[in-house]
Design a binder for this molecule. Structure first.
Ligand code: U2F
Length: 467
């Protein structure tokens, strides 16, 4: 829109990880297209989105240039993301105050009659930034990049601690499989969000997250009512602020990938039969060790199923810090054994891959974006969750929506072969695919004119324009 049509500016602060940044930028795209709102995106200095892929009309503001990334990011091979979230909040809060003051002054001047900065949309993990905005009198909205189911689980965390169930008592491992009557279909083990974070840090992180949702002017969810209606209603009752389920965000707004995609895999998919290919990706943060990589490779080879496998440059956690951490670690003989039937890429155009007619299944780590993207294309899943909300997502995929199943036990080639064949070649897999397609149809409807997500966006825009 021309400057005259600008109806204000929305400030955004995503958590500086791809799976959080993408939905925030998709939300930015939707606000821009639907209501002529312009955006300023604050980002940790170490995570500057590539200038070539920044939409030209957005402002990007780096925060904390002097703070070394090593002080913020998860350290070591075990990836303590909760620790990283706490450090990002602690270390970037002061630098953000200055940047925000400056941005508020600038938007008054630059956005003409547009009404200036209306609010800050903050990732739900960035309570520190939200407090700064509140101090400066700016309304805040919270973006939850996970499922509604995940927030329901987070809300139940303190009560399970009070009951002495979390952290799980070490004397009785069988308790881990205990179903939680108040949280079906979750078990106690699904509430162990991290094995690398102290209980004190986990508690602090979740307390902050819940406090942030409660003190906000509303919570935006990348989900839709037809998928998670009961949990969305529970949340609305529990947190007492408006809830806006406007997903699937990747379907209402396109945003260019921040990483270079290997698009040759789409041509390769064009040559494969319908619903024959397994797509394999473990998202942006999960890593595996060298032995697991070898088992995965031979499991895929042994399944005899065509596959497209994303091996990120940092997927493999190496035992020695000096050894290479990329696809060259694939076992000798693997390329020959899978020639013509398998393709390995460092980063795929995932939305297009999942939407390709040749893809019949997705082996995922059950990150929420991947889960939702799979559901939206009618693709059933093999799930291998590792941490955070991924176990919760897996339980809903398996028990509630019944569009996939967990790969149980460790990564072991025989189990992988069986799981892949069950999903791609068996009757159970076919049924899961059918249920996934039913969900896809619901997802398609919810973003149309009378759809639930479309109405939620209208409500959200009204809210933003009222600030
Ligand atoms: C964190 O999840 P991740 O970022 O590890 O995983 P996803 O939520 O599944 O998001 C991965 C995104 O990266 C894209 C893919 C998803 O949008 O389409 N992608 C791609 O474009 N090309 C590729 O080759 C591979 C992936 C966290 F670990 C999870 O527990 C959370 O659920 C999640 C959201 O909060 O963030």
């Amino acid at each position: 829109p021309s400057p005259e049509a600008i109806r204000g500016r929305v400030l955004m602060f995503p958590l500086p990880f791809q799976g959080h940044l993408s939905p925030m930028l998709q939300l930015a795209g939707a606000l821009r297209a639907r209501a002529g709102l312009v955006v300023t995106v604050f980002h940790a200095a170490f995570d500057a989105p590539d200038p070539a892929s920044r939409p030209p009309e957005y402002r990007f503001v780096a925060v904390g240039e002097g703070v070394p990334s090593a002080d913020l990011l998860p350290s070591g091979s075990d990836g303590d993301f909760v620790g990283a979230v706490l450090r990002i909040n602690d270390r970037l809060r002061e630098p953000f105050r200055d940047r925000l003051r400056q941005a508020l002054a600038e938007s008054e001047e630059d956005d003409g009659g547009g009404g200036g900065a209306r609010c800050l949309v903050v990732d739900s993990n960035l309570r520190g930034m939200q407090l700064v905005a509140e101090e400066l009198g700016l309304p805040t909205l919270v973006l939850r990049t996970g499922a509604a189911a995940c927030l329901v689980a987070y809300l139940a965390f303190p009560a399970l601690c009070d009951k002495g169930l979390l952290p799980p008592p070490s004397h009785d491992k069988s308790l881990l499989d205990m179903p939680l009557d108040e949280l079906p279909p979750l078990r106690l083990r699904d509430m162990v969000f991290s094995t690398t974070t102290s209980h004190a840090n986990m508690t602090r992180c979740l307390d902050d997250l819940v406090a942030g949702t409660r003190s906000s002017s509303g919570v935006v969810f990348n989900t839709f009512k037809e998928l998670e209606g009961p949990d969305l209603r529970k949340i609305a009752g529990a947190i007492g602020v408006p809830v806006y389920p406007i997903g699937p965000l990747h379907k209402i707004s396109t945003e260019t990938s921040l990483l270079a995609q290997d698009r040759t895999c789409l041509e390769w998919l064009d040559r494969q039969e319908a619903a024959s290919v397994l797509y394999v990706s473990f998202g942006t943060l999960v890593s595996i060790d060298e032995a697991e990589l070898v088992e995965t490779a031979w499991g895929l080879a042994g399944s005899q199923v065509p596959f497209l496998w994303v091996v990120r440059h940092d997927l493999v956690r190496s035992s020695s810090s000096s050894s290479p951490r990329h696809a060259s670690l694939l076992p000798a003989g693997f390329a020959e054994a899978t020639q013509g039937r398998g393709m390995v890429v460092p980063w795929a155009p995932q939305h297009e891959v999942l939407g390709h007619r040749a893809v019949g299944g997705f082996w995922t780590h059950s990150g929420w974006n991947s889960t939702l993207e799979s559901v939206c294309e009618g693709v059933p899943m093999i799930c291998r969750p590792r941490f955070a909300d991924q176990m919760v997502n897996m339980r809903y995929v398996q028990e509630v929506w019944r569009v996939g199943f967990e790969l149980e036990g460790g990564l072991e080639r025989g189990k992988i072969e069986m799981a892949v064949r069950k999903l791609l070649c068996g009757e159970e897999g076919r049924e899961m695919r059918q249920r996934a397609k039913d969900l896809r149809d619901k997802a398609d409807k919810c973003i149309k004119d009378e759809g639930s997500s479309n109405s939620a966006i209208e409500m959200l825009l009204k809210r933003i324009l009222s600030f």
